[in-house]
Design a binder for this molecule. Structure first.
Ligand code: BGP
Length: 470
């Protein structure tokens, strides 16, 4: 739709950037922190692991000062559960509590809104040993953890994100990391884990509203619109199948209190319905988020299933993610979009389309908690980094967001991935996302000096102009 004028970004729009604890902090076994599953999972030998990462744990003051120079209005980071509760539950590690209090206060001192993810893939390993999310007791552990966070930081944090990309953890568990021996849970078990996470999330949302008078809380899912490969009705149905199973089924539960009807039939038909306790429905219906947080990287194009094993294929450029399911959908190519060098679809119009769909479905304001392009940035001899591809990517996506706002979508903010270079899930420091370059290689840590990339200065200007000039 074309408009005679575009609406402006809202006055208090949160121009931000994101990280997650395990990808940026390092200090994996310091100050009382216990190992998380990420610390102990198998990791490709040719890439940096997460033990030292970008050393943000020790350098957060320097990093936040740079964020403030960039003009950030918000910093989205995650709290490592293992720093707060080294045994997963029970004993509180005061050093961990103090650390995040300092991070939050440092942000506030610069007028940066802290946006806190409570759980970003890094379940305490000691809980994993007791069955992890398959064990119903993990719900209580998460609830206790959430209560500590709300009591400790509730007066200083407004925006809370419950669980990062629950849909990725459940649908593509291998993408997060492989347990020793490489054995992943069955799908039946994964949907039980999903159910437990949903209840844990509902309890956390309810607690947040009870304990933090100004608190706002929401799930942080990876959401994306789907295109049918053609106007064949079968392709449209397949695209809808996967959109529901991948996206809406995960956001419907926190917002509407129960699973999407199509997903319920899918679970029942395939014997995947989780065990539901009598009190579960009431627990799920008793809580509601204040906003939807979403990570958006790309769209998917979907065709009807061929009804045989050729429906399943690895995502292009990402062997850890298998797509397609016999009788449900098949991944197809989209000739109208470009791709990153890692094969990820670049689709700013798809961002606008996804924002519209999310808002239309939930009528809740949206906080974008990830969006960005991974690339092997090059540090020049003079300390500059010319990441014009990142500027182009972000420019197009910010423009698409402004169009979505003009379409009537209510937006809270935009926190692209990443505030500074972090360890990417599978490609270490060869695939970088940050506005700030961290000078280290996979195994040579050097001095980890920070350098502003061209995108840093560009984003600084975008924020100063409130997104009007890109
Ligand atoms: C999201 C995760 C982030 C981050 C990002 C980029 O799914 O929430 O933690 O890793 O993807 O992915 P990658 O590092 O694999 O390129």
């Amino acid at each position: 739709m074309k408009y005679s004028t575009l609406l402006d970004f809202p006055d208090r729009f949160l121009w931000g950037a994101s990280t997650s604890a395990y990808q940026v902090e390092g200090a994996w076994n310091e100050d009382g922190k216990s190992p998380s599953i990420i610390d102990l999972y198998e990791h490709p030998a040719e890439y940096a692991d997460f033990k030292i990462a970008s050393d943000h744990y020790h350098r957060f003051r320097e990093d936040i000062r740079l964020f403030s120079e960039m003009g950030l209005k918000a910093y989205r980071f995650s709290i490592a559960w293992t720093r707060i509760l080294p045994e997963g539950t029970g004993r509180v590690n005061q050093t961990g509590i103090n650390h995040y209090r300092e991070v939050i206060r440092e942000c506030r001192a610069y007028g940066i809104e802290p946006v806190v993810t409570m759980y970003h893939f890094d379940l305490p390993y000691c809980l994993e040993e007791k069955g992890g999310w398959s064990n119903r007791e993990t719900i209580d552990a998460f609830t206790a953890y959430a209560e500590i966070l709300f009591r400790e930081y509730g007066s200083e944090v407004t925006y809370w994100l419950t669980i990062n990309e629950q849909n990725t953890m459940i649908l593509h568990p291998g993408a997060i990391g492989l347990p020793k021996g490489g054995k992943l849970p069955s799908r039946k078990e994964l949907f039980l884990q999903n159910h437990h996470m949903m209840i844990a999330q509902a309890r956390a949302m309810k607690l947040c509203h009870a304990l933090c008078p100004n608190g706002k809380i929401g799930p942080a899912l990876n959401l994306t619109a789907m295109y049918p490969e053609s106007c064949r009705p079968e392709d449209a149905i397949a695209a809808h199948n996967w959109e529901v199973l991948r996206c809406w089924n995960f956001a419907d539960v926190p917002v509407f209190g129960w699973y999407h009807p199509l997903a319920v039939r899918y679970f029942e038909d395939r014997g995947l319905m989780p065990e539901v306790h009598p009190e579960d429905r009431a627990l799920l219906q008793d809580a509601r988020p204040d906003f939807i947080a979403m990570n958006y990287y790309s769209t998917a194009t979907i065709a009807a299933s061929r009804g045989d094993s050729s429906d399943v294929s690895a995502r292009s450029g990402d062997q850890q993610i298998m797509l397609g399911e016999e009788g449900v959908y098949r991944a197809a190519e989209n000739p109208h979009v470009s791709r990153t060098r890692y094969g990820w679809v670049i689709d700013p119009e798809g961002f606008r389309y996804t924002l519209r769909k999310v808002y239309e479905r939930y009528h809740l304001p949206i906080l974008v908690t990830e969006n960005g392009i991974g690339a092997p940035d090059v540090l020049e001899a003079d300390g500059s980094i010319h990441d014009s591809y990142r500027i182009e990517f972000l420019k197009q996506h910010i423009h698409a967001m402004r169009l979505a706002i003009t379409d009537g979508v209510r937006m809270i903010g935009y926190c692209p991935w990443a505030a500074l270079d972090v360890v990417s899930t599978h490609q270490g420091y060869q695939k970088r996302y940050g506005f700030i370059y961290v000078d280290r290689d996979e195994f040579n840590l050097k001095e980890m000096k920070r350098y502003e990339k061209d995108s840093f200065y560009w984003y600084q200007k975008v924020i100063a102009d409130h997104g009007t000039i890109l």
